[in-house]
Design a protein around this ligand. Structure first.
Ligand code: SAM
Length: 277
């Protein structure tokens, strides 16, 4: 196990019993994914499915002919499917799969021991490759609160003070967006769900009602108060500006934010939904 996968497994173990806390968030994510299906023969792939606390698997299997769940933490996927007691051939789990291909390399870095330029170059070269995900292409490809974790992996290994931190962050983000688009079939849909900011730095989230969230979240974004690398305005513009992505995109929208209440912390979350040509 790498340091990054160990950390993710520990977090998943800590939130495994949070099924009830996830209820409102689960119904938002599930409804968004159900609404993205256009035909009974559609297939869905969810990256970062983890404990599946944010996915109502039964409802998804009612909307999709097949569902593939993928995560670096295979044990979380197994536990998640057991919790929901769904054992169907058309529900498939791909566990112990690193969507970046650099978790091993990054796990060898530490913010306290500066990483050499050669190692950063190796990492950047690897991030030019898009990992081959089994089972694709899919009608709908979703990433569920995974991007912030991929970026946090860079923070905890290379470290923000490293002179090339931003190079690696932007490369990991670009690779993730490309992976989502490449994994989707022509005419398919990409749903990038991302946490934006939490009540740790935006305490108004705790008392807020849903109607106030767009204002609160825009205020936080304008004040540069959001998780590094996941500003939805920037994500949307990357999809529209980067030629390898924009050439495949028909339309793109950003949903209104919603709240993901995880007990001690509240997270504002939204989705960027890209419909492909
Ligand atoms: C915030 S959680 C998403 C919540 C999760 N769907 C649930 O209901 O428990 C992010 C997920 O991304 C997974 N993950 C993090 N880094 C990954 C990587 N490099 N490759 C694949 N999955 C990764 C974690 O193991 C975790 O399950």
């Amino acid at each position: 196990m790498t340091r990054i996968s160990e950390l993710q497994s520990k977090r998943n173990a800590d939130s495994r019993e949070a099924w009830d806390d996830f209820a409102a968030h689960r119904s938002r994510v599930t409804a968004l994914l159900q609404g993205s299906a256009t035909s009974a023969s559609d297939s869905l792939c969810v990256l970062g499915a983890g404990n599946c606390n944010d996915l109502d698997l039964k409802a998804l299997l009612a909307s999709y002919a097949s569902v593939q769940l993928l995560d670096i933490d295979g044990a979380a996927l197994t536990a998640g499917m057991h919790r929901q007691s769904i054992f169907l051939d058309r529900l498939r789990a791909v566990g112990d799969f690193d969507v970046t291909g650099v978790s091993q390399l990054l796990s060898e870095c530490s913010p306290t021991t500066p990483t050499s330029s050669a190692d950063v170059d190796r990492c950047l070269n690897q991030l030019k490759q898009i990992p081959e995900i089994p089972g694709g292409p899919f009608s709908v490809v979703a990433s569920v609160c995974l991007l912030s974790q991929l970026i946090e992996g860079v923070v905890l290994t290379l470290g923000e003070p490293h002179s090339r931190f931003l190079d690696v962050l932007t490369a990991i983000r670009r690779q993730h967006l490309k992976l989502l688009v490449e994994l989707a079939s022509p005419g398919g849909v990409v749903v990038l769900v991302t946490d934006i900011v939490s009540s740790a730095t935006c305490p108004q989230l705790v008392q807020s009602i849903e109607a106030d969230l767009p204002r609160i979240v825009s205020g936080a974004i304008n004040a540069r108060n959001f998780f590094t690398g996941v500003n939805p305005v920037v994500l949307r513009s990357l999809f529209s500006r980067e030629p390898s992505l924009s050439s495949r995109i028909q339309s793109i929208e950003v949903t209104n934010p919603w709240l993901w209440n995880l007990g001690p912390r509240h997270y504002a979350v939204c989705a960027i939904v890209a419909r492909l040509k």
